[in-house]
Design a protein around this ligand. Sequence first.
Ligand SMILES: C[S@@+](CC[C@H](N)C(=O)[O-])C[C@H]1O[C@@H](n2cnc3c(N)ncnc32)[C@H](O)[C@@H]1O
Length: 294
Amino acid sequence: MPAKRPRKRPISSSASAKSGSATISHKVAQATISSYHTLLKQRSALNRQLSKASGSAENDIQARLDKINGQLESLGGIEAYQHASVLGQSSQRGGDTSRVLINWLSELGSKPSGSGTSKPTKLKMLEIGALTPDNYDSCSSWIENSPMDLNSRHPDILEQDFLQRPVPETEEERFDIVSCSLVLNFVGDPTDRGRMLKLCHAQLRSRPSSLLFITLPLPCVANSRYMTHDHFKRLVESIGFTLVKEQWREGGKVACWLWRRREEGSVPAEFGSKKLLNDGKKRNNFTILVGESR
Ligand SMILES: C[S@@+](CC[C@H](N)C(=O)[O-])C[C@H]1O[C@@H](n2cnc3c(N)ncnc32)[C@H](O)[C@@H]1O
């Protein structure tokens, strides 16, 4: 288990962070987030093409990839994206989703209570895609959180690609809760999204009390040609989860789900390939593909 924590300059809880102190409007933040996602998806598609191309086609794809990398850079790179996301966390998307998870854990009675004079054992949590290290500080008496991110903005956030994170071999190393909030939609490749869900399963302790928290922008399930609420729920269930809680509203920004871990399932072939579920010019192409292998 790599425990390398880069020493980085701490940030304040405001949106300034690594990208400088400039204040940006919600409109600009939203535009940055959506352009960034579009470019990431285009880059993933080109990388897939590149792996199969040769000769002049290869050069052509490489040139298009260079152009996209340049555009990502001009947007301000991942720092600008995270800066915009922090702003979104505050209000635009209805606030920080950690509050939803905390409320649900309380409702479910998941908060451990000590017996007699003994101190309760804390719930061990992995937070994938943590923009700040303190999202769960208010619960530090009962949650031991391990925040991590592809691009750490604080010394207490482990910098790591979750897709490369070693799968734990012991129950001790595994987690009671994995939070994957607004991360799946960042991953450009649908197969990698499916792999991410399977890896979330592998990070959880093999007990029914283990929980997976997922948040997605609502349009990913409400306005995609290749994904619906029902398809998404059946797909996650097939990996080895049972839905416990769900929250979204018509016209809202995000949807949140809480899943209980069960034994790994055998994923039906229907979730391994892209299938048109809703046609329409104004729809997006978000999808998740799940193969058999972990
Ligand atoms: C929109 S932010 C989400 C922040 C926060 N979790 C929330 O709910 O508002 C997405 C974050 O996920 C991180 N991320 C994306 N892919 C990742 C990966 N493979 N491993 C770790 N972090 C990842 C990005 O770097 C980014 O900071």
